[in-house]
Ligand binder design. Structure first.
Ligand SMILES: [Ca+2]
Ligand SMILES: [Ca+2]
Ligand SMILES: [Ca+2]
Length: 690
């Protein structure tokens, strides 16, 4: 007797809800490995438990049992090849009405199944039938999965949360940039699977690449390569020179969704332009989609060590930071992600399990391709620079020493001092379940100023250099103390007021030349313009403080700051044979965009949102535009105004009528842009009622 399958039910709603993928879709089956899902087959005749029923799943272009990309399972029990990987199984629910031909199965994808899209077919007494497709993801809820994360609040934040914050600015002046990750928005299934299929390793060896997708270490490294467009058809083009007219400025974006959709809709042609926080936020979206717990991390005073020495050379001249180009720099901030996974590839009893640094910004090649990580955070803390992947590079980002040189007018170089403390400040990520910032610097290094920090630095240098010796750098004693303070808040559009304080610990009085410079800086540590230079002679008496006021009028700095990120004010004090230097680096506070929803907000009902920006300056703002973004609120993903000119004290108002399609608290992110201010952002929370 032939058991023909008449109907198949994938139970999209029940299965996707149980596998926590219901947020993505109810139109296809998306499951997490290591966890059973329901499948009901309706036969034309009655069915008994001993009848033939073989299911086959296949993924990728050349599915094979020994690659874990094909599995045939059921009754009669197939003979598996001895090297078979990722063997699936099902159980028949004996309570089902088998005599009426209704067969309810509980199917389990194994814990080592590669993630991706599978076809599912069934074989009954000589008849084969395609049943449909399903998508398999990693499972942070399953204790056998390498991405298992035990704490439910952390899973909600690092896997399920579609909104978040990216920290930017400077270590003295941290700003938080709201971001829509939107990993469960429409099209994300196709987009994220396309990212895996478009990667170079897949092009070279499709079967091997598909098989390796069982491994989150491999998958996350592939994603870090695919988020940048270097070497491949990756998602984002990086650009730092301020010339973004043939695309969008990196500061324009507030959502990964619009970037990923653009990439996908334009047949994988890279989107212009991204910088570190954009790369990291897009990577976070893709990681969370696949089920790898992920968070965006910002490192302030982030070093870019390009010669693998774990030290950075910085040059100063009479005008502050020297314009002499070096490939090494200290960025105001740099953003990467951490992904959560085990590292069985590294042995040592699991000490490298947990958070791993992955950096999609194209900075240095790793194994010939622009990608970085996973580098275990614990390896960075221990100074284990011999561990893979890319630990020395990340170590230098958070804890390189800076060697500061003074260049005299005749071109000669003199070492001023070694700064062992500045690099790697206030390493920050968003807190679990709230909008607070958490400082995780202690997970990367011991406190600055401790002997443990120095000991690990020397260990890191030793493990990293093939010659097997470390460099020992002494900090010179400081006889003059200097610091720069803010007198008032620094707000874009107003004059900046600072003061330089000097005090001498020396027992003799000193005649010193003080050179003060204000420079417009790009966030990646490059000087873009001189705003102010000031030279003054000061007599420093022992034990006595001297204060020098520093004023920077709006009219002086405004034109530099449209394309720059911060103002670095540095002061060098010198007499015939000594140099002392201090600096501060700050961003300008931006004006606020006000938003409000008119009336109550309900899902699937029209709502009105009013967005408003007021020009508080005494000058006309040209080419003003407002853009609004939000998860579950707008289709298409964002709404934008036309270009306007805005007279002094005038308002730009945008009234948006939209229909929210997801319930719960949703964040609206508004972006204002014009010729004088770059992308200014504000947020507003809308509570969408059921
Ligand atoms: Ca790439
Ligand atoms: Ca170096
Ligand atoms: Ca240090």
């Amino acid at each position: 007797m032939v058991n023909r399958i008449n109907k198949v039910d994938f139970h999209y709603v029940a299965n996707n809800a149980a596998h926590r993928t219901i947020e993505i879709t109810t139109k296809q089956l998306i499951v997490r490995r290591g966890q059973p899902f329901l499948l009901t087959l309706e036969m034309l005749q009655s069915f008994s438990v001993g009848d033939t029923l073989l299911l086959t799943v296949e993924t990728g272009p050349a599915p094979l049992e020994r690659h874990g990309t094909r599995s045939q399972f059921g009754n009669p029990s197939p003979k598996y090849p001895s090297d078979a990987k990722a063997v699936w199984k099902y159980e028949i629910d004996r309570r089902a009405v088998l005599e009426r031909g209704i067969v309810a199965l509980s199917v389990t994808p194994p814990i080592d199944a590669p993630v991706g899209k599978y076809s599912l077919s069934a074989m009954t007494h000589g008849e084969r039938k395609n049943l449909g497709t399903l998508v398999v993801l990693f499972n942070p809820w399953c204790s056998d999965d390498w991405v298992y994360l035990p704490d439910d609040r952390e899973r909600q934040e690092y896997v399920m949360n579609e909104e978040g914050t990216v920290y930017t600015g400077t270590s003295d002046c941290i700003s938080s940039l709201p971001w829509i990750f939107g990993q469960f928005e429409e099209e994300m299934v196709d987009i994220c699977l396309k990212i895996l299929d478009a990667n170079l390793k897949h092009r070279k060896d499709p079967a091997g690449d598909t098989s390796a997708r069982c491994n989150p270490i491999y998958v996350s490294r592939v994603i870090s390569a695919m988020v940048n467009s270097n070497d491949d058809q990756g998602v984002l083009v990086g650009r730092w020179d301020g010339n973004y007219s043939d695309g969008c400025s990196p500061t324009y974006w507030t959502s990964s969704v619009s970037i990923l959709q653009r990439w996908f809709q334009n047949r994988c042609s890279p989107v212009k332009y991204g910088q570190s926080w954009v790369f990291a936020a897009v990577m976070c979206t893709v990681m969370r989609f696949f089920g790898i717990p992920c968070r965006v991390v910002t490192n302030f005073q982030s070093a870019h060590d390009s010669n693998n020495s774990l030290t950075i050379d910085e040059y100063y001249d009479d005008y502050g930071v020297s314009s002499k180009e070096t490939s090494e720099s200290v960025w105001n901030f740099h953003v990467w992600v951490e992904g959560w996974m085990k590292r069985p590839d590294l042995m040592k009893g699991g000490i490298y399990d947990g958070w791993q640094v992955l950096d999609p910004t194209p900075q240095e090649k790793s194994e010939g391709v622009f990608c970085c990580g996973p580098a275990p955070v614990n390896a960075i803390l221990r100074g284990d620079t011999d561990v893979k992947y890319d630990v020395p590079f990340v170590y230098a980002e958070v804890n390189a020493d800076i060697v500061k040189w003074m260049i005299s007018p005749d071109g000669s170089k003199k070492k001023m001092y070694t700064d062992t403390r500045s690099v790697g400040q206030k390493i920050s990520t968003k807190a679990v379940g709230s909008w607070k910032r958490v400082d995780i610097t202690d997970s990367y290094k011991h406190k600055e100023g401790t002997s443990a920090e120095r000991a690990i630095f020397h260990r890191a240098v030793r493990m990293n250099s093939k010659e097997g010796h470390g460099c020992d750098i002494e900090e010179a004693p400081q006889y003059v103390e200097m610091r720069i303070e803010q007198e008032t808040k620094v707000i874009n559009g107003q004059d900046i007021k600072l003061r330089l304080k000097l005090s001498s610990k020396d027992h003799t009085s000193k005649e010193m030349t003080i050179r003060i410079n204000a420079q417009a800086m790009r966030y990646y540590g490059k000087m873009a313009g001189n705003i102010l230079n000031k030279v003054q002679l000061v007599t420093l008496l022992s034990g006595q403080d001297v204060t020098i006021p520093i004023q920077i009028p709006f009219a002086t700095y405004s034109k530099y700051m449209v394309n720059c990120d911060s103002i670095k004010v540095s002061a060098v004090a010198s007499d015939s044979d000594e140099y002392y230097q201090t600096e501060t680096n700050f961003t300008l506070e931006q004006p606020v965009i006000s938003m409000k929803a008119l009336g109550p907000v309900q899902v699937d009902r029209e709502m009105t949102l009013q967005v408003e920006f007021t020009n508080s300056l005494n000058e006309k703002l040209r080419n003003c535009s407002l853009t609004v973004n939000g998860c579950g609120l707008f289709k298409p993903a964002y709404v934008g105004s036309e270009m306007y000119d805005l007279n002094p004290k005038a308002k730009l108002q945008l009234t948006i009528i939209t229909t929210p399609y997801k319930v719960g608290p949703k964040t609206v992110v508004a972006n204002f842009s014009c010729c004088t201010f770059r992308d200014t952002k504000s947020t507003y929370i809308v509570e969408v009622k059921p």
